[in-house]
Design a protein around this ligand. Structure first.
Ligand SMILES: [Zn+2]
Length: 539
C-alpha cells in the first residue's frame, strides 16, 4: 500500500510537498512509517505479525468513539483490522518515530529523531557508544533494555493467579490528530506498549548488520547481530566509522526497495515481531513470561563479536552491496556522499546566497529603492482627494488561502461605508486540509459581523484594517466533536488594500489576515488558526 500519489488539491500542499522533496532524507529513520512520502513498512510488519499470532482474546466490537478515532488518525488506518487492539498495536508501532507529533512535520521530527538518549528505541548507537565491539555491545544492551521495559509495560495488567492480561484496560497516550493537534487518545495499554516494543525489534533489521549466512549450515541466517549503526553522529556530521560505527543507511529503511537483502530482512523482521508478540499473548506467570523474553533475545538479539569496518563487517554482503551500488550514505563509491540533512542544508544555503546576490546587486537595488520612493511620494500627494468617493453600500466576493494549517475559504461580505469606516456582515465556507493524512475536511462554516477602518491614499486606492467576529460551525465529525458543533469565529485584518479599477468595482487584497475558527469551545478548544491571503472583488 504505497502512498506515492501527490494530492494537488491545494497550493499549500504543493509548498509542503516541495519542502518534503528537499528534506525527505532527514525524516526517515528505520523502516519507514506511513506519511505522504514514505511507505507503511513498520505498520505492515506489525499487521502481518498480528495476523499470524492472533489476538490475546477476541477484540470487542468497535465502539462509536473508537470508530471516530480510527477515521481521524494522521494515517489511513483502513488497511488494518477494525478494532481497538489492532489500532493500538499499529499506533504503538508507529509511535517511536513520531512521539505524538505530526509524522510529516520536519521541524518537530528532527527533535524526535535526533534526541540523544532515545536512540535505543530504534536500536541505534548513542554518541557515547564508542569503539567497534564496546560500542556495539553497549548499544545492543540499551536496545534490549528498551524492549524489556516496554514488554513489562505491556504486561502491566498481568494477573498473577490466572497468568492472563487485560487488553481492554486503556491508557491515554499523546498522538497528533489532523485538525486537532497533539491529543491524548485512549488506547489499549497492552497493545500500545507491545507495538512500541516491536518497533525496536523491527528497527534492528535496518539499523544493524546481521550474519546473512548460516554459521552452522542450519537456518540461523539473520539472527546474530554483528554491528549496530549510528544516526546521531551521522546527523552531526562527525561520524568516524571505526569509532562511531557504521552510519545509518536510508536505503535499508524502504521495504519496497529492491535491494538484495530487503526480502530477507523484511521476512526476519516479521518472524521476530511475531515471536515477541506471541511471547506477550501466551498466558503464563511472570517467571514464564521473562523466560520467553530471554529466549526471544537469545534467538534474535544476540551479538557476535569480531566484525568491524576493519574486516568489512566480516565481509557482510549488505556492506559489499552498499559499497558497490552507490546507494550508501557513507561511501564515495557513487551517488551521494552527503547525508540528506547536509544536502538539504546546502540547498537552503544556495537559495540564501542567490537572494543575497540579488540584494547586493547595487544597480538593481538603487532602481528598486528609487521606484519605491516614487510610489510612496506619489501615493501621499494624492491622498487627500478621495474623501467623498465610494460611500454607501457595497458587496464583496472573496477567496482565501492559508498555507500553514492549510485551508481555503470562499465567501462573501456586504458592508455600508462612510468616509473612514464601514460595517457589515460576512459568511464563508472554510474547508481544511491535513498534509500528514493528505485529507481534505469540510472544515467549518464561519459567519458574523465585520468593521473596517478605511484610509484613502489615492482617489482609487484605500487601505483597510479591521476585525470580524461571529460564529464557526464544524462541518465534519472529528474525534471528540461532532459536525454541527458551534463555537466562535474571529478574523483580524492587519492590512488590506482596495483598488477601484472602475468607478464601482474594486480589487481587494488582504495579505495579512489571521482567521481563527474555533468551532469547539468545551475542554481543549478546536481552533484551526490560519494566516490567510485573500483576494476579492467588490461591487
Ligand atoms: Zn525507529
Amino acid at each position: 500500500m504505497g502512498k506515492g500519489r501527490a494530492a494537488g488539491a491545494s497550493g499549500g500542499f504543493a509548498l509542503v510537498a516541495a519542502a518534503g522533496a528537499l528534506l525527505s532524507p532527514s525524516a526517515a529513520s528505520a523502516w519507514q512509517v506511513s506519511d505522504p512520502i514514505h511507505h507503511n513498512c513498520h505498520e505492515r510488519i506489525s499487521a502481518a505479525a498480528l495476523d499470524r499470532v492472533k489476538y490475546v482474546q477476541p477484540p470487542p466490537v468497535l465502539s462509536g468513539d473508537d470508530a471516530a478515532l480510527r477515521d481521524g488518525l494522521q494515517f489511513d488506518a483502513r488497511g488494518y483490522d477494525a478494532n481497538i487492539y489492532a489500532m493500538s498495536f499499529i499506533i504503538g508501532t508507529r509511535w517511536p518515530d513520531s512521539q505524538g507529533e505530526p509524522s510529516f512535520d520536519f521541524y518537530k521530527l528532527s527533535n524526535v529523531h535526533n534526541a540523544p538518549g532515545d536512540q535505543g528505541a530504534h536500536c541505534l548507537r548513542e554518541e557515547t557508544d564508542i569503539g567497534a565491539e564496546t560500542g556495539d555491545t553497549h548499544a545492543l544492551a540499551t536496545c534490549r533494555a528498551q524492549i524489556t521495559t516496554l514488554y513489562w509495560q505491556a504486561l502491566a495488567t498481568l494477573d498473577p493467579t490466572t497468568g492472563a492480561v487485560d487488553p481492554d484496560e486503556r491508557t491515554l497516550q499523546p498522538e497528533y490528530l489532523p485538525f486537532l493537534g497533539k491529543t491524548q487518545i485512549p488506547v489499549s495499554g497492552f497493545y500500545f506498549f507491545a507495538g512500541r516494543a516491536v518497533h525496536a525489534v523491527q528497527d534492528s533489521f535496518t539499523h544493524t548488520y546481521r550474519r546473512m549466512d548460516s554459521a552452522d549450515g542450519g537456518s540461523d541466517a539473520g539472527h546474530a547481530i554483528t554491528s549496530v549503526f549510528n544516526w546521531v553522529s551521522q546527523v552531526r556530521g562527525d561520524l568516524v566509522e571505526a569509532v562511531n560505527g557504521h552510519g545509518h543507511e536510508q536505503i535499508l529503511d524502504d521495504c519496497e526497495d529492491d535491494n538484495p537483502s530487503n526480502a530477507d530482512r523484511l521476512g526476519w523482521a516479521t518472524d521476530a515481531t511475531s515471536e515477541l508478540l506471541a511471547a506477550l499473548t501466551t498466558p503464563g506467570a511472570a517467571a514464564d513470561r521473562q523466560a520467553r523474553l530471554d529466549a526471544f533475545f537469545a534467538n534474535w538479539m544476540t551479538y557476535e563479536a569480531g566484525c568491524s569496518i576493519e574486516n568489512e563487517y566480516c565481509n557482510n554482503p549488505v556492506q559489499a552491496w552498499l559499497r558497490a551500488s552507490g546507494k550508501s550514505m557513507n561511501y564515495d563509491s557513487g551517488g551521494c556522499t552527503l547525508a540528506g540533512p547536509m544536502r538539504a542544508g546546502l540547498g537552503a544555503l544556495a537559495i540564501a546566497a542567490a537572494g543575497l546576490a540579488w540584494v547586493m546587486s547595487r544597480r538593481r537595488r538603487r532602481r528598486v529603492v528609487a521606484s519605491l520612493a516614487f510610489t510612496i511620494v506619489g501615493l501621499g500627494a494624492s491622498a487627500a482627494r478621495a474623501d467623498d468617493e465610494h460611500r454607501g453600500w457595497r458587496a464583496e466576493a472573496r477567496a482565501s488561502l492559508s498555507v500553514q494549517n492549510p485551508a481555503y475559504a470562499f465567501g462573501g461580505a456586504g458592508a455600508y461605508a462612510w468616509r473612514r469606516f464601514e460595517v457589515g456582515g460576512f459568511a464563508e465556507l472554510n474547508p481544511w486540509y491535513d498534509a500528514n493524512r493528505e485529507m481534505m475536511s469540510l472544515g467549518s462554516t464561519n459567519f458574523g459581523v465585520l468593521a473596517h477602518y478605511l484610509h484613502s491614499i489615492r482617489p482609487d486606492v484605500r487601505l483597510r484594517v479591521g476585525l470580524g467576529l461571529g460564529l464557526s460551525v464544524l462541518n465534519q465529525d472529528l474525534p471528540g466533536t461532532s459536525a454541527g458543533n458551534v463555537g466562535i469565529y474571529a478574523n483580524v485584518r492587519l492590512l488590506g488594500i482596495v483598488w477601484y479599477f472602475t468607478d464601482r468595482t474594486a480589487l481587494t487584497i488582504d495579505a495579512f489576515d489571521l482567521a481563527l475558527p474555533t468551532p469547539q469551545l468545551r475542554g481543549w478548544p478546536v481552533m484551526y488558526a490560519q494566516h490567510r491571503i485573500s483576494v476579492g472583488l467588490s461591487f
